[in-house]
Design a protein around this ligand. Structure first.
Ligand code: AMP
Length: 144
């Protein structure tokens, strides 16, 4: 993974060029270089964290605060009808760059064929009462 390891840290530090949209003390926002649609933008923490759960709370809050403003600006700028916010955590989940990033991917009613239907789907399973209770107990116990 070599170069990708520190790519987004270097972008946030201005050491590698990017099309910057926004930055503050904790967050950096820039255009995705291989966009899934026109206006595809990435929102990242400046501090290195691979997974969302590894981010300092203040950094996570800063990302949460800015996401709506960035999404609104993108919608206005490209006249989008909708957008997906996508965040992969870990290679198994499809993460390629191991630094937290939220994709904002504008969507259009009449989007090109190659983009239409882009979505994250799964075969819905069932949740038994037994498993639900076990999961509820296990997850709540890990909340601290
Ligand atoms: P993911 O697959 O969720 O890890 O997404 C990584 C994203 O980073 C992809 O959408 C890439 O197009 C994007 N990307 C990789 N290198 C750069 C770069 N130098 N500048 C902007 N976006 C990049």
């Amino acid at each position: 993974m070599g170069d990708l390891d520190h790519l987004f840290e270097q972008i946030a530090a201005g050491e590698i060029p990017s099309y910057k949209i926004y930055e503050d003390d904790l967050v950096y926002v820039f255009l995705d270089i291989n966009p899934g649609s026109r206006g595809h933008t990435l929102v990242i923490p400046k501090v290195r964290a691979e997974f969302v759960h590894e981010m300092p709370e203040e950094t996570a809050a800063a990302i949460g605060r800015i996401l709506p403003r960035i999404a609104h600006a993108i919608m206005q700028a490209v006249d989008a009808d909708a957008y997906n916010i996508l965040n992969n955590n870990g290679a198994t989940a499809g993460q390629v760059v191991p630094h937290v990033h939220f994709h904002i991917i504008p969507r259009f009613i009449n989007e090109p064929k190659e983009q239409a239907g882009m979505s994250f789907t799964w075969s819905p399973g069932t949740l038994s009462e037994h498993d639900a209770k076990e999961l509820q107990t296990a997850i709540v116990a890990e909340l601290h």
